[in-house]
Ligand binder design. Structure first.
Ligand SMILES: Cc1cc2nc3c(=O)[nH]c(=O)nc-3n(C[C@H](O)[C@H](O)[C@H](O)COP(=O)(O)OP(=O)(O)OC[C@H]3O[C@@H](n4cnc5c(N)ncnc54)[C@H](O)[C@@H]3O)c2cc1C
Length: 407
């Protein structure tokens, strides 16, 4: 049967759902369909992350991440309040481990202030008051507006709001091919669409290429492993993060207190060998592995990243005791024997920009014919999702692309 939609969204992660939500808020009469290949929501990054609502201080002030995380944090908190989704207002401390890290801490503070965040540089005494378990080298950064929620819980609640607004979410519906004005679902069903929005996460580059978009990018997935602790609920009170290496787009292994008050350690940023490489043999897709390994020579010779160093430091984190010891520098009472329950791993949909040999640091939104493509929806796109949805939908309207919706 040939079906029709004004807007078809490929991918029912938090970004795809936020796009549907924003579109329907603006055009409630439109027929909006979200297609996801999986039998349930939140089976990929949107349900496999730390659930931290970032405040927005890490990102260069002229970036989309800076623009959309500060507002996304507020929008996500308001959304959770509206829908009764529990949020733990934990705040977060970024702790230093050496003199070398203090200038980076100050850079983060200045970026944060430029991005409109509430932040404070604190000393060791104030850190002890805020989080008695954490230690720092002389100074730390305090972000009171960082919070935490269940990543899957928030994603499912957003799915409900999309349905309440009249959107249709089709599960077990893989978009297998697409072009301007049409998509093909599960290899058989053809749907006529006014405008297609690509929010396919780990497969966003592949969908974009059907439209000749994003040809300079290659997907370079990175795996995040977690371990849960057996500590009583509430023993850890704040999110505790290290000072990040500014050459990488990752924030470093941290200690998260979950919305239920449990402590967990992670995630790693271990290069993954397939897009959905969650640790099972069946997750490995040889063709993807070859494509990923084919990028290594380019990465090794990139002057912007110390990829060899990243490989040396990340692969040993497969060993639980080694990973957990990393956290001891921030919270000395962490013991490998206490953190033995494996969390669900997640994979970051990180893009590699081939001409510059750089890991893309920002979100990327590119137009195509009768389509828009969200690429590199990496952290903190879960926090920023509602702001990303609003931004992309506004851009589609202001760029005049909405004319094609009814076309
Ligand atoms: C380990 C880890 C920790 C993180 N921590 C945080 C954090 O604390 N805070 C934060 O803000 N962000 C965090 N992030 C980032 C955040 O999880 C992502 O930025 C966000 O979830 C991206 O959402 P998405 O909708 O783009 O992707 P996804 O959730 O991956 O959704 C994409 C969807 O597209 C579907 N799909 C793909 N191809 C097709 C197709 N052809 N047809 C139909 N459906 C398709 C998939 O099934 C999937 O459901 C973390 C990420 C990871 C991996």
């Amino acid at each position: 049967m040939n079906q029709q939609a004004d807007v078809a969204i490929v991918g029912g992660g938090i970004v795809g759902l936020a796009l549907a939500d924003a579109w329907l808020a603006r055009n409630p009469q439109d027929r909006v369909i979200v297609f996801d290949k999986e039998p349930a929501l939140a089976l990929h990054a949107s349900g496999r992350n730390s659930g931290v609502m970032h405040a927005g201080f890490y990102y260069a002030p002229d970036s989309l991440k800076a623009q959309l995380t500060r507002s996304g944090n507020t929008m996500l908190r308001e959304f959770c309040a509206e829908r009764g989704v529990p949020v733990l207002k934990s705040g977060k401390v970024v702790v230093a481990q050496s003199d070398d890290e203090i200038p980076i801490l100050h850079t983060l503070y200045e970026r944060g202030i430029a991005n409109g965040c509430t932040l404070e540089i604190i000393d060791e005494d104030r850190l002890r008051e805020l989080e008695p378990l954490a230690v720092t080298h002389s100074k730390a950064l305090w972000s009171p507006l960082t919070a935490v929620a269940s990543p899957a819980g928030v994603t499912e609640a957003l799915g409900e709001r999309v349905r309440d607004r009249g959107g249709d979410i089709r599960l077990e519906s893989a978009v297998t091919s697409a072009g301007p004005g049409w998509i093909e679902v599960n290899g058989t069903e053809r749907v006529s669409v006014g405008h297609m929005i690509n929010a396919a996460g780990l497969y966003a580059d592949r969908v974009a290429k059907w439209f000749g978009v994003g040809l300079d990018y290659r997907m370079l997935p990175f795996k995040g492993l977690y371990w849960y602790g057996n500590w009583p609920k509430g023993r850890l009170q704040r999110q505790v993060y290290p000072v990040p290496d500014p050459r990488n787009p990752f924030l470093g292994v941290h200690l998260t207190v979950t919305v239920d008050g449990l402590a967990k350690i992670g995630p790693t940023a271990i290069p993954a060998f397939s897009r959905e490489d969650y640790g099972k043999l069946r997750d490995i897709v040889p063709k993807e592995t070859w494509q990923i390994l084919g990028l290594y020579p380019k990465l090794m010779t990139s002057k912007d990243h110390n990829f060899a160093g990243l490989l040396r430091t990340e692969f040993p984190k497969y060993i639980r005791s080694h990973l957990i010891k990393q956290a001891q520098g921030m919270v000395p009472s962490v013991e490998p024997k206490d953190f033995t329950v494996r969390g669900k791993p997640g994979v970051r949909a990180q893009m590699f920009h081939v001409p510059t040999r750089k890991l893309e640091m920002d979100f990327v939104v590119e137009p195509g014919e009768k389509s828009t493509h969200v690429l590199n929806a990496v952290s903190p796109a879960w926090t920023s999702s509602l702001a990303v949805g609003e931004y992309v939908v506004n851009r589609i309207h202001t760029d005049g692309l909405n004319e094609s919706v009814k076309g």
